[in-house]
Design a protein around this ligand. Structure first.
Ligand code: FES
Length: 77
């Protein structure tokens, strides 16, 4: 049996993206890849192309031991 532990932290998870706004909200229109609409969203807050993933999570995970990855949105068949 696993239990979920929520860790409170005073550290922001967003290190530097759009710090001049109160809340970061983005709208992305999926691009057509391989014949199907697809969008890959960053969830690590390290992407230089935020809100889209640019692979920066790999370096972040290696440096911190974290395991974050993107959210991939695909059209259903
Ligand atoms: Fe943030 Fe890929 S760059 S999840």
């Amino acid at each position: 049996r696993r239990s979920l532990t929520v860790r409170a932290s005073s550290e922001p998870i967003n290190p530097n993206i759009k710090k001049d706004v109160d809340k970061v909200v983005d709208t992305v229109f999926p691009k057509d890849l391989d014949g199907k609409p697809q969008a890959v969203y960053c969830r690590c807050w390290r992407s230089a192309t935020f809100p889209l993933c640019n692979g920066a999570h790999v370096k972040h995970n290696q440096a911190t031991g974290d395991n974050v990855g993107p959210l991939i949105i695909k059209a259903s068949d």
